[in-house]
Design a binder for this molecule. Structure first.
Ligand code: F6R
Length: 263
């Protein structure tokens, strides 16, 4: 794992947008794993700008989203299908047939989960998985005690996650669906590269636990410690709880890979 700390939210977000652009330039038919949430809203806004500046086509890319609320059809304004259209898909030239978000109203959730896993396999696996982190330490909707080998399945959300996401539902936690279909931790760990973006002081404690704490299913983001090619990109506030900070900065200052990202 590498931890990259940038001075503020905008710089951290921009660094991730640049990394994504570089990956698409290197492999125009790459398979992207996508997330939702406020952190991703900012990332997609910056990414759309960067894609425009680079005149980059995503026509050959394929995308797989981490999760969808159970019970929300793709047409629901609060569904992650709509989130993705609004923040990314409508602004780039992705072929809609190449975008995949789990179906939250499938007749049989287990069959839908299996279909989704198979679609990822058929695409050759995920090249780059983007992640945020919830204040309860989840990646995707892998809430506490999710098996670190789990696959796509239905998961009941924690009250903390429901509260975190209530804004989109008029601030009313009662309106937030209680369950979601989510890629499993095991599914996520099979991506060839993972980038987690976390900013703001509200994420500082959980980031420190996930990155430097013990590996445990109570904090599924800690499973990223098992991944051979994982980057955690933070702003100063998000990095406040880390104890190994000096070394992470030393790596960023000296690794040739980061040369063009240091300016
Ligand atoms: C949603 C997802 C979640 C979010 C996380 C952070 O698709 O995967 O794990 O990334 O809850 O959300 P924000 O960015 O809103 O704090």
């Amino acid at each position: 794992m590498e931890v990259i700390i940038r001075p503020d939210e905008a710089a951290a977000t921009d660094l991730v947008a640049r990394l994504i652009v570089a990956r698409i330039e290197a492999k125009p038919d790459c398979v992207l794993g996508l997330a939702t949430g406020r952190t991703m809203e900012r990332l997609y806004a910056r990414l759309v700008q960067r894609i425009g500046e680079h005149d980059l086509s995503l026509r050959r890319c394929r995308t797989f989203n981490l999760d969808e609320y159970i019970g929300l059809p793709a047409t629901d304004t609060n569904s992650y299908h709509q989130f993705m259209r609004h923040h990314l898909f409508d602004h780039v030239d992705l072929n809609p047939e190449n975008t995949h978000v789990p179906d939250g109203v499938a007749a049989d959730h287990a069959v839908e989960a299996e279909r989704f896993e198979q679609a990822i396999k058929n695409a050759g696996g995920i090249d780059l998985q983007l992640l945020g982190i919830g204040t309860a330490g989840h990646i995707g909707f892998n809430e506490p005690l999710s098996a670190l080998t789990s696959r796509t399945r239905v998961k009941t959300l924690t009250p903390a996650t429901i509260a975190q996401n209530a804004d989109a539902f008029g601030g009313d936690p009662e309106r937030v669906p209680k369950r979601a279909l989510t890629m499993g931790v095991g599914t996520i760990l099979e991506a060839r590269e993972i980038i987690l973006l976390a900013t703001g002081v509200s994420k500082a404690d959980i980031v420190a636990e996930a990155v430097e704490g013990p590996l445990r299913s109570m904090i599924t983001a800690s499973a990223l410690q098992l991944h051979p090619n994982c980057k955690v990109v933070l702003d100063e506030d998000g990095a406040k709880g880390l104890s190994g900070r000096d070394y992470y900065d030393f790596v960023f200052a000296n690794e040739p890979e980061w040369r063009s990202y240091r300016e």
